[in-house]
Ligand binder design. Structure first.
Ligand code: FAD
Length: 404
């Protein structure tokens, strides 16, 4: 694949129309008015028939689980391009929308659909996939960001047939509004083993459960369209029905499940970065051609041309990474953690560099919100932090190289 097909371009056109009609008029409220993103996302699901598609997809996944067949990812995904286009287009206006959507339908629903029992899929998965409910995926803790699995301190203690959960999670996307929370914690079996090495369990919690508290949205630099918050658990009592996979040792569960999600998240960041880069480039070319200084457009100055050329190089590189990912997905070739990390590291840095240069090209106008590029940089900046920091991507890539 070296360019978008006509079908892909048609999808991009209708998404752009939706963005213009439904999202742009709400941008100020998303950015400065604490408008939660879910109403807009649900409207998008209805407008494009995504809700019906989610229901059909749910049924297919449930049938496969009941028949003990391999999950869809290992069979190849010929639709990856069509799914990534809305991501790219939405990121041109609000990365936060994509973060909230991706965490709810990708991480929260995806984990339940992959590892849950058929009963858990029916109880929680369907409503998350259709966006009738909002999901959060809670791994990070105040003292265990990059060291998420080893440093995790939230525990589940066995109590008869039940567990009692204590601890807290931070920077949880959708945390303030989530109806369903996929929660990672350590088993406290009273053995006194070093907590770093204990078994990781995953539970599904519901908003309003006794002992579960969800904070208000945190104030942050960018991605205001995606509410982020803390989740506190004080003696939250759960039965085995909420233990993902129904067992302390589900196939592919615990640490492995969290790591699988790292791969999916990291590959998704490349598509998000492409949206930022394309939009910065489009805005910058238009501005460079119209801004007159010393009697000619700034596009005539070579230092400005260098900025535009560097942006184009980044666009081509990141687009190629995305195309490669689409091709590989169609062939059922899941990237290794190191490959996904390389893709994320490069794309996130490229998006931030491009957005920063776009601000420079716009001069003072780049620094005010009316011209949009300042939001693109603020939104993009967290791409180098969440889903694993730049430094953690370097570690993953280097570990793989020296292990060979
Ligand atoms: C907006 C937002 C949304 C998020 N959403 C979610 C979510 O939905 N669910 C969730 O579970 N988490 C979420 N996170 C958390 C995110 O994944 C973490 O912030 C991230 O993993 C980094 O952890 P930390 O912030 O604790 O940084 P730290 O781990 O404290 O890192 C601090 C610095 O040290 C560096 N560092 C750490 N270890 C090493 C090392 N070995 N070598 C060199 N340098 C190192 C880091 O790269 C970083 O520069 C979100 C974060 C943000 C900001």
């Amino acid at each position: 694949m070296y360019e978008w097909s006509e079908e892909h371009q048609a999808i991009a056109d209708v998404v752009r129309r939706f963005v213009d009609e439904e999202i742009r008029p709400n941008l100020d409220d998303l950015e400065y008015g604490d408008l939660p993103p879910y109403g807009i996302l649900r409207k998008m699901y209805e407008t494009f028939g995504l809700k019906e598609m989610a229901k059909e997809n749910f049924q297919r996944q449930l049938d496969r689980k009941k028949n003990d067949e391999a999950p869809a990812a290992s069979r190849g995904n010929s639709n990856a391009g069509s799914t990534l286009i809305p991501t790219i287009e939405l990121c041109k206006v609000s990365l936060g929308l994509v973060t909230s959507l991706g965490v709810s339908t990708g991480l929260a629903a995806g984990t339940i659909m992959k590892l849950g029992t058929p009963e858990q899929m029916e109880r929680w998965g369907l409503d998350l996939m259709t966006l009738d409910k909002v999901g959060a995926w809670a791994l990070t803790e105040p003292d265990s960001g990059s060291d998420a699995l080893g440093g995790m301190r939230t525990t589940a203690k066995r109590d008869g047939d039940e567990y009692i959960i204590n601890g807290n999670k931070t920077w949880i996307t959708n945390g303030p509004y989530a109806d369903t929370i996929v929660l990672y914690c350590k088993l406290d079996d009273g053995s006194g083993d070093d907590i770093r090495n204990r078994k990781v369990l995953t539970f599904i919690l519901d908003k309003g459960m006794p002992g579960l508290e969800q904070s208000k949205p945190m104030r942050k630099m960018g991605q205001h369209g995606s509410p982020t918050g803390q989740v506190f658990m004080t003696d939250v009592r759960v039965g085995k029905d909420r233990l993902l996979g129904g067992s302390e040792e589900p196939r592919g569960g615990g640490r492995e499940s969290a790591k699988d999600n790292f791969v999916a998240e990291r590959a998704g960041v490349a598509a998000m970065s492409l949206g930022v880069i394309e939009e910065c480039l489009r805005l910058s070319v238009d501005y460079a051609k119209s801004r007159m200084l010393w009697g000619k457009p700034i596009a005539d100055y070579q230092l400005i041309q260098l900025k535009l050329a560097n942006m184009e190089v980044a666009r081509v590189n990141v687009q190629n990474l995305v195309f490669r990912h689409i091709e590989r997905s169609a062939a059922g070739a899941i990237p290794t953690l190191a490959e996904a990390s390389a893709m994320k590291l490069y794309s996130a840095q490229a998006a931030c560099q491009v957005a920063d240069e776009a601000i420079q090209l716009f001069g003072g106008n780049g620094y005010v919100s009316e011209y949009r590029v300042e939001q693109l940089l603020r939104d993009a900046r967290v791409l180098r932090i969440y889903a694993g920091t730049d430094e953690m991507q370097v570690v993953a890539i280097a570990k793989d190289l020296v292990r060979r």
